[in-house]
Design a protein around this ligand. Structure first.
Ligand SMILES: Nc1ncnc2c1ncn2[C@@H]1O[C@H](COP(=O)(O)OP(=O)(O)OP(=O)(O)O)[C@@H](O)[C@H]1O
Ligand SMILES: [Mg+2]
Ligand SMILES: [Zn+2]
Length: 476
């Protein structure tokens, strides 16, 4: 029996099976029900979030012989042939390898012939940002007024590269990153279908690693299952497959930084680059590593929140003994800022290099900065101290409120209690933030200090779950 990757095996066949993109599938289903289809759609958003999948479902739904409430039936000949990829009505073009004017001319010629069977000819142009300028121009006219039996669906991960003239001729749909909660639910569902036993925590970890992409989640799950064939997928095993290598890289990187060995750091960057790793991900993971060290070093009861295997925990404990806490906080601050900058940078590697050199040489940072920056850094330190003071006060306050329950707003107190019932990791992240409850709006605001960018993201990812637990809208 041939093996098929999970993400191919479980490609949604109806709109309802598409997760986390309700805003899109609802609109499309309504259009189909009411016969108000557009002639050109642009699907944009992160990799692996369902663009190609939804394009195929849409192609099926508009051609299906017996559509059911906007959904394709999946049973008729047309549906079947489209699913198999043998239908002449659905033409998939990969713009990455067909990006020239001639390719578009070919499409324009084909477009003139109405479909032999079915109602619509659907052209799906994937990675459309790869088209050459000439090709885009050649496409314009057709896109504006295609024959009524033609629908174009353009898909891209890089919408900023699409000329405005094209944008203005399409209905645009932004595919969201899928929250780790939704991904986890899907993973639970699929492991059940595959009869693979898996620990809840293992799937939660995979969902978080996937960083918003359902395809990545399924690939990671595939990897873990393959490694543990026939066995229950445990959290520890998952960390072994997906985590251990990294911890070594980061541990080494930290060693080089502490030894102020710029040459070795550059070598390591070269290695990472040659593995084709994504820089934002690399820095995010390094940040988590430093943060874990910081927590372990403080010997708090945060251990459960660390998401490390027992073996890694020992390793971290040993390592934490050797490192100055102040240095860690400083590194975390610089790397958090780097992460922000990386989002919009085109020369990511250079930026990473510069900031890692800065980490190696604490004195550069101080000597070369002008007065304004010095003040800023002082301010930041002050903020940090204030924050810690406030936190201390707050714990005092909390202790006090236990004695005097009437002092705090009842609602806020209740929210704090609900938070205690949330999973460890969420609790840990929420505790980094300041909480305010607005009676009028029935909303809870969490304000994160600047250096807690990771915790903030984690909370955003779990917003739905938190909102359910605290029974109020969450604003981060
Ligand atoms: N929203 C989703 N709901 C359920 N499964 C999904 C979703 N998005 C992606 N998947 C899974 O990931 C696989 C790949 O998705 P798809 O090809 O639609 O992604 P894409 O957005 O086109 O990605 P790319 O930008 O890389 O082309 C699907 O076969 C499916 O298994
Ligand atoms: Mg795609
Ligand atoms: Zn059908």
């Amino acid at each position: 029996m041939s093996y098929s990757a999970l993400y191919r095996k479980f490609r949604p066949q109806t709109f309802d099976e598409v997760k986390g993109q309700d805003h899109i599938v609802t609109t499309l289903k309504n259009q189909i029900r009411n016969h108000r289809l557009g002639h050109a759609y642009l699907f944009c958003g992160t990799r692996g979030t369902g663009k190609t999948t939804v394009a195929k479902i849409l192609a099926k739904a508009v051609n299906c012989e017996h559509p059911i409430d906007g959904e394709p039936c999946g049973e008729c000949e047309t549906c079947k042939s489209i699913t198999e990829g043998s239908s002449l009505n659905v033409i998939e073009i990969d713009a990455a390898s067909n990006n020239g004017v001639d390719n578009i001319r070919e499409i324009k010629e084909q477009v003139q012939y109405s479909p032999a069977t079915g109602k619509y000819k659907v052209y799906i142009i994937d990675e459309v940002h790869m088209l050459s300028i000439g090709a885009f121009n050649a496409l314009l006219k057709t896109l504006e007024e295609p024959p009524k039996y033609v629908i174009f669906i353009l898909a891209t991960t890089e919408v900023h590269k699409i000329p405005i003239t094209i944008l203005s001729r399409c209905q645009r749909y932004d595919f969201h990153r899928i929250t780790s909660n939704v991904i986890k639910k899907q993973l639970i569902d699929l492991t059940n279908q595959e009869k693979v036993e898996a620990e809840d925590k293992a799937l939660e970890y995979i969902a978080r690693m996937a960083d918003g992409s359902m395809r990545d989640a399924l690939s990671l799950l595939d990897q873990c299952i393959a490694f543990n064939l026939g066995k229950k997928l445990t959290y520890d095993a998952t960390l072994d497959v997906l985590g251990t290598v990294d911890i070594q890289v980061y541990s080494e990187l930290l060693d080089f930084i502490m030894a102020q060995d710029v040459a070795k750091v550059m070598d390591l960057i070269e290695d990472v680059a040659s593995q084709g790793r994504e820089w934002s991900q690399f820095i995010t993971d390094f940040l988590w590593f430093l943060r874990n060290l910081l927590l372990v070093g403080q010997g708090t009861d945060a251990e459960e929140a660390l998401e490390v295997s027992t073996e890694q925990m020992k390793f971290l404990q040993e390592k934490a003994k050797l490192i100055d806490e102040k240095l860690l906080i400083r590194d975390i601050r610089i790397l958090s800022a780097l992460l922000e900058k990386l989002r919009f940078a085109t020369t990511k590697r250079v930026l990473v290099e510069v900031e890692l050199i800065k980490l190696c040489k604490p004195e550069i940072e101080m000597k070369n900065t002008d007065l304004a920056e010095k003040v800023k850094s002082l301010e930041e330190q002050l903020n940090l101290v204030m924050l810690q003071l406030k936190k201390k006060e707050k714990t005092k306050e909390e202790k006090n409120t236990k004695k005097l329950p009437e002092q705090k707003s009842g609602q806020e107190e209740q929210i704090r209690k609900s938070i205690e019932r949330l999973p460890e990791m969420i609790r840990y992240c929420l505790k980094r933030a300041e909480l305010k409850f607005d009676e009028k709006e029935k909303a809870t605001t969490f304000t994160f200090p600047e250096e807690c960018i990771l915790e903030k993201q984690y909370v955003i990812d779990h917003k739905e779950l938190i909102e359910k637990s605290v029974h109020a809208q969450i604003i981060v």
